[in-house]
Ligand binder design. Sequence first.
Ligand code: HEM
Length: 508
Amino acid sequence: MSSVVTTDVIIVLLYALAAVTTISWLWGRQKDTVPALIGSNGFFLPSYKASYEFLHHAADIILEGYIKDREGVFRIPRFFQWDYVANGARRISELAAAPEDVLSFKEGVGETLQVPYMMGPEIEDDPYHHHTIRTTLTRNLGRCFPEVRDEIVCAFDDVFRLETEDWKIFTVFPAVMHVVARTSNRLFVGLPLCRNKEYLSLGITYTVAVFKRCHILRLFPKFLRPVVGPLMSPKEKARREALRFLGPLISERLAKQDELGPDWPDKPNDLVSWLIQDAGPDRTASSIAWRVVVTNMAAIHTSTIAFHHTLLDLAAHPSHIQPMREEVERVIRQDGWTKAALNNMHQVDSFIRESQRLNGSSALALNRKVLAKEGFRFSDGTVIPYGSMLSVSGQTVSHDPANFDHPEVFDGFRFSRMRGEQQGQEESIFKRHMITTAPEHLPFGHGKHACPGRFFAATELKAMLAHMLVTYDIKSDKDSDLKQAPQYSFGQARKLDPTAKIWVRKRQ
Ligand code: HEM
C-alpha cells in the first residue's frame, strides 16, 4: 500500500515539474498567432478535455479545420503540447521541400513512432537501410520479380486452399497479411525462411506492437518517456528472436564475404546481401538481423492495409473486375509475368491508387519536427515555433472537390482515364502512376522523404491484384458491404475493420 502511495506522489511531483518547466519555456516564447482548432486559443497548454476529444475524433476535427480554411494552419491539442497542421498545396510543397535542419523528417518520425524506444537509437541515428531500399532493392525489382511472383502464387494457394469449385469466405486482414509478409520476405531473406511461420510471426507481432505502443507512449510527457519507454518497448525480445532466425544465415554470408570478397560466386540477391554491402562499421549479424526486422515493420503493415482496402473495394465495385481481367490477360500474353508487364497494367495501377486515395491510414501526413531555432516560416509569414510537430491534413486533400471530380465516389479507373486523356503529354502522364506523389495525393508522403519502398510496394500489390483477378472470382460479404462504417480512430491513426470478409472461389 505504502509503495503505491509513494509511486503516486512521485508521479504527481514529476507532472508538476513538467508543467512548471513547460509553462516557463512557453512564457518566454512569442505569442502564438496560429489559431487552435479545438480548446481555447488563450492557453499555453491545451486542456485535458480538448486533448481527449482530439484523441477520439481527430479525423473529424482535422476535416473541420480544412473546411474552415483550406489554406490555413491550425493548432491541435495533444496532452502536454500543441501540434500544428497545415492545409493547402502551397504549404504542403513548402513543408516537403524544407531542409532537414529546419524541418526534420528524422525527428518527426522519431516522435510519431517513438523510434528510440520502439526500434533503438541506432536506427534513428544511422538509417542506412533507407538508402539500401531506395537504391539497390529498387534497382533489383526487375531481376527479382520471378521469385516475388512465385511467392505470390504459392502464398495465395496456401491461404485460400480451394479444393472444390465452391465459394469460401475469408477474413481479409489476416489472409492479406500472410501473403504480404511471405512475398516481402522472399525478397528480404529468400527461401526457405520466408515461409517459416514463426519467423513471419516475429515480424508481424513486432510491427503490431510498435504501431500500438508508440501511440500510448506519446500520451506520456517527454520527461517520463525514458522511464516508461524501455518498459513498453517490444525491441529487446524481437531482437533476440531476430538473431535466432537470421543469425546463422547472416554469419555464414559475412564469413563468405571475408573469405571470397564482396562478389562471391552464387551470392544470393536479397535484402540481407544488400544490407551487408551497405552496413559499414555496423556489420554484425545482430545489427543486420535487426535492420531486416525494422524493414519488415516499414513494409508489411503499410502494404497489408493498402491491399486489404483494395480487395474490399474490388468486392464492393465488381464492375471493375472484367475490364481489369482483360487488361491483365492482354498484357501477360504480350509480355509474360514480368515487372515490365506490370508497367502496362494502367487500370490495375489506377484501381489501387484510387483505393489509396480514399483509404488513408492516417489523418495526418508528412510529420516533421521544427529544428530551426527561429521556427519554420511559411512564405506568407506564418511561423511554427521551434520544437513543435508540424504535419499536413493528408486525408482531406484527397476528398477535396477542388482536387478531384466527385471525390466521394470510388472510381477505380479515374487515374487511367486521366492518363489516356493526356497521352502524349509525358509530364502529366507520370503524375497519375501509383508511385507518383503529389500535394493532393499523399499516401506515400511527398518530397525528398517520400516512401523509398513505394516502388517495391507497387510491384508487389499490382502483381497480387493481377494474380487474384485472373485466378479467382471474388464477391462481397453482404454484411460487410458498408466496409467503411466500422473504421474508427485513435489520435491520427485510422483503424480498419479487422473482421471484414470476402468470398473467394476458383475462377469459373
Ligand atoms: C502501400 C505500402 C506503403 C505505404 C502506404 C507507405 C507509406 C510511407 C509513408 C507515408 C512514409 C513517410 C513519408 C513522409 O513522411 O514524407 C514512408 C516512409 C518509409 N517507408 Fe513506406 N510505405 C509503404 C511501403 C513500404 C515498403 C514496402 C517499404 C520497404 C521495402 C517501405 C519503407 C519505408 C521507409 C524506409 C521509409 C522512411 C523514408 C525516409 O527516411 O526517407 N515502405 N512510407
